[in-house]
Design a protein around this ligand. Structure first.
Ligand SMILES: Cc1cc2nc3c(=O)[nH]c(=O)nc-3n(C[C@H](O)[C@H](O)[C@H](O)COP(=O)(O)OP(=O)(O)OC[C@H]3O[C@@H](n4cnc5c(N)ncnc54)[C@H](O)[C@@H]3O)c2cc1C
Length: 461
């Protein structure tokens, strides 16, 4: 983010939740509000350790290139800082060894460098950067309860909060409240009880994640990330290995409505034994002689959900959902953090427009955030989310147990993407185009250009 002239829109903004979406939003808000308060229900994070309030932080978290670029825009210098602290830069098409729909991708030295690290490491660095804002106050052990609502004006005036272990609540007033409290946000039910219903799209996927960190032997490996993806509908379990800081590797197993959910993997022995069930033996082989460095952690994702606030007319002013609180993706595709960072950039665009609108009206009172901001923001982020959501559910619906609203033209899309996956094992142009889309660097439509159609649909290898 470039240092521009100050464009203050109000005295105080509140962000609920200090995950990736909360920290990125706070970074943006610090430039447009005199003071920003970031509320976190959990305790102060302990260095680069996973936080129990963010149970997914024990599992593999890939940062896509599009997300990395968005983070770099928000926090200039963050990638360099992470590299100096142990994050590894790898070639996204050469150092990723990917078994996908029964074939290995054709690896080649491409032009995308992605960085590998654990989720707590990444969050720690984002937080360090955000803390540089002198007008940001992070308040831990502080639970946001419900919005303070002026029904007549249809405006959110702040939020009720309570300190951990306290039965008293206090009012925290703000010009803008951003809910970045994750997929379990308590604010959707609040909206519903206040006649502010919104359409939501839920897809039941019954996904289970099981992860453990290992020290591998010093063998020379020609990959830094290994991904074994199941071929639906027959195979349901997959696995991934990713190098993280401290010369360690995180191993993650995932299963869609599979025996993994009931496997009770509670030690390294049972974890390793399960990897024999994966579509390829490579992960199992890597674990021979490996030393476990952490406990085995399990996380279940019964469903993914997208809230369509962009379709609601009477939303109150001064309150926005962002990150997983707005849309929770299938984590296997590694998009959530990247989209959260991109949404924060979209928030900045909307705040700039809000400021310009005010300047045009010569409004110097500087109070209240207009209803236009809410509409603009949801419309803008719906554009970010839409293609990402569609591309993942097209894949999820390959599993017969998955329940939800199917996208239009599903069978054709699955057939075409299946061709892309197979061609990516033979043709570097196709894999290159796919990897750009997968990293959120180019729109999905680039996979449907005439030259791509020719490469993907022509007969032969
Ligand atoms: C198993 C798994 C694996 C994943 N893998 C990837 C991956 O590879 N790549 C990727 O990009 N994404 C991945 N994701 C998604 C990613 O974790 C999220 O999209 C990302 O963290 C953005 O989340 P967030 O900041 O919106 O919410 P969270 O990270 O969930 O943060 C919410 C924060 O809000 C706080 N909070 C909640 N309620 C309150 C309240 N009432 N008051 C105050 N504080 C509150 C919580 O304590 C927490 O700190 C994965 C998710 C899962 C479940």
């Amino acid at each position: 983010m470039k240092a521009k002239m100050t464009r203050k829109l109000g005295a105080h903004a509140v962000v609920i939740g200090s995950g990736i979406a909360g920290l990125c939003s706070a970074q943006v808000l610090c430039r447009y509000f005199e003071e920003v308060t970031l509320l976190e229900r959990g305790a102060e994070p302990h260095d680069k350790q996973p936080r129990k309030e963010v149970p997914q932080s024990y599992h593999l978290h890939a940062l896509l290139k599009g997300g990395e670029q968005a983070l770099e825009q928000l926090f200039p210098g963050i990638v360099q800082a992470m590299m100096e602290d142990g994050s590894t830069g790898i070639n996204g098409s050469k150092d990723l060894n990917w078994f996908h729909h029964g074939v290995w991708k054709k690896r080649f030295v491409g032009d995308i460098v992605v960085h590998l690290q654990s989720r707590p490491f990444l969050e720690h660095h984002i937080r360090l950067q955000a803390e540089k804002n002198s007008n940001l106050r992070i308040r831990c052990n502080m639970l946001a309860l419900e919005p303070i609502y002026d029904e007549k004006k249809n405006m959110i005036l702040g939020v009720q909060v309570t300190e951990a272990d306290s039965s008293q609540s206090t009012s925290l007033y703000a010009d803008l409240v951003i809910d970045a409290s994750g997929y379990g946000s308590r604010f959707h039910p609040w909206f519903q009880t206040h006649q502010l219903q919104h359409p939501e799209e839920k897809v039941r996927i019954d996904l289970c994640y099981v992860s453990q960190i290992y020290q591998l032997d010093a063998a020379d490996r020609d990959w830094s990330t290994l991904l074994v993806y199941p071929s639906a509908p027959v195979e349901r379990n997959g696995g991934a290995v990713c190098r993280i800081e401290g010369n360690r590797h995180i191993f993650t197993l995932f299963g869609y409505d599979s025996e993994l959910s009931h496997a009770n993997l509670n030690d390294a022995e049972s974890f390793i034994a399960f990897t024999k069930k994966l579509p390829d033996a490579m992960i199992y082989n890597e674990l021979q002689g490996a030393a476990p460095l952490s406990a085995v952690k399990v996380h279940k994702v019964p469903y993914i959900v997208r809230h369509h606030y962009e379709k609601v007319r009477n939303l109150p002013q001064g309150f926005l959902f962002i990150g997983d609180a707005f849309c929770r993706f299938d984590p296997v595709f590694g998009q959530g953090m990247s989209v959260a960072a991109m949404e924060a950039l979209a928030l900045e665009e909307c705040l700039v427009r809000e400021w310009k609108d005010r300047a045009r009206r010569k409004d110097t009172t500087g109070t209240g955030i207009s209803a236009r901001l809410t509409k603009r923001f949801y419309r803008r982020i719906a554009k970010v989310i839409d293609p990402v959501w569609k591309i993942t559910i097209v894949e999820d619906f390959r599993f017969p147990h998955v329940v939800g609203k199917k996208p239009f033209g599903l069978s054709l899309l699955q057939w075409y993407t299946g061709r892309i996956f197979h061609r990516s094992s033979q043709n570097t142009d196709v894999y290159h185009a796919f990897i750009y889309v997968m990293n959120l660097l180019r729109p999905v439509r680039t996979l449907f250009s005439p030259s791509m159609l020719y490469r993907i649909l022509r007969r032969g290898g």
